[in-house]
Design a protein around this ligand. Structure first.
Ligand code: NAD
Ligand code: ZN
Length: 346
């Protein structure tokens, strides 16, 4: 059986190991993809670190990773729309296809979703097998570095475009890779002001490059002061929670205008109380975001990139896959945006 390199959680303990494992065999409805580039997600770091969530969730051995771009290497006999060499990425949530939401065309709300690189083999490998339903044909004119970030860009897009953006004032809490990409998306969609908060100056600098009107280091400055600086009087129209920090959610509620819209992507990891009276009296709308819409979000990302959206300032590091330890280390340091691992020699 042909072998390939893959980053595998082989043992239930911190770490990841570069292993030789069999190239996946494909079924009639599958596409075999030769992986060119992958990017590291916070989820991958949790799996590397073997935190409580990972211990509960990840069966070992497991090839991890879900942010990738590659080219079609082989197709199953039922696959007619892809040919060898096509540039493709993939949606990391594999929906069941049969539940009530799947049947109604709302696959992002499938209750039996499987996660690529979480509970089915992932993309940190020379090859990945994807079901045809989850393969996204990429515009080959878009740079591979950008395409390999489509999964997190999809989170940013799905969240930032949850509500009307044109002429609106945005507050984004958390300047991680997703908050920074959401900044650029909100601007592209016509927001007036985009104020971004974090406690990490390195990341606030990236947010500026991505188009933030003002950045706020909440350790030293307040969002109220930012409003004053911009001449705002009534609070933000749209807020995006992208830090996973409960305090950031409180700051959103404290700075929202009446009738404000709030989208929550951040995972708090614990029960988080809010004052519901503020929500009720101020007529706030809160919605949650999980994943991306299949495939509306993917279409929107493509057309925004084709019409000038630039996310390249968020890509800060590139490593060969054999240097993955350095990649994970820089992710853990917080002194990074997106970190890319290369799987082919260029
Ligand atoms: P990240 O952890 O890289 O970034 C979060 C940022 O928030 C960090 O830069 C951190 O310094 C900052 N932060 C911490 N405390 C803060 C505070 N009080 N105020 C403002 N900022 C603060 O995460 P990411 O990869 O950019 O993802 C953003 C969030 O979205 C994470 O919570 C992640 O778990 C979550 N996520 C959710 C989905 C989903 O489908 N719902 C998908 C991907 C990621
Ligand atoms: Zn389903």
């Amino acid at each position: 059986m042909e072998k390939m390199k893959a980053l595998v959680k082989t043992r239930p303990e911190p770490g990841l190991w570069l292993e030789d494992i069999p190239v996946p065999s494909i079924g009639i409805d599958d596409v075999l993809i030769k992986v060119h580039k992958t990017s590291i997600c916070g989820t991958d770091v949790h799996i590397y670190n073997w935190n409580e969530w990972a211990r509960k969730t990840i069966p070992v051995p497991m090839t991890i990773g879900h942010e990738f771009v590659g080219t079609v290497a082989a197709t199953g006999s039922n696959v007619h729309d892809f040919k060898t060499g096509d540039v493709v990425s993939g949606e990391g949530h594999v929906a069941c296809g049969h539940c009530r939401n799947c049947m109604a065309g709302r696959r992002h709300l499938c209750w039996k979703t499987q996660g690529v690189g979480v509970n089915r083999p992932g993309a940190f490998a020379e090859y990945i097998r994807m079901p045809i339903t989850n393969v996204w044909y990429c515009d080959p004119k878009i740079p591979m570095d950008v395409l390999c970030c489509f999964d997190p860009l999809g989170n940013a897009t799905h969240t930032a475009l949850s509500f009307d953006a044109l002429g609106e004032d945005f507050l984004i809490t958390g300047a991680g890779p997703i908050g920074c990409m959401a900044t650029a998306v909100a601007r592209h969609a016509g927001a007036r002001y985009v104020v971004v908060t974090d406690i990490n100056p390195y990341r606030l600098e990236i947010a500026k490059k991505m188009g933030a009107t003002l950045t706020v280091d909440v350790r030293y400055e307040t969002i109220q002061d930012a409003q004053k600086k911009l001449g705002m009087k009534e609070g933000f129209d749209v807020s995006l929670e992208m830090s996973g920090n409960p305090e950031a959610l409180q700051s959103i509620l404290a700075n929202a205008c009446h009738g404000s819209k709030i989208a929550i992507l951040g995972i708090f990891g614990r029960e988080t109380a809010i004052n519901w009276d503020v929500v009720v009296f101020n007529g706030l709308t809160i919605r949650s975001i999980y994943g991306r819409e299949m495939y509306r979000t993917w279409y929107q990302m493509t057309s925004m990139i084709q019409s000038g959206l630039d996310i390249t300032p968020v890509i800060t590091h590139r490593f060969h896959h054999t240097e993955y330890e350095e990649g994970f280390e820089v992710m853990r340091s917080g002194l990074s945006g997106k970190v890319i691992l290369n799987w082919i020699d260029e």
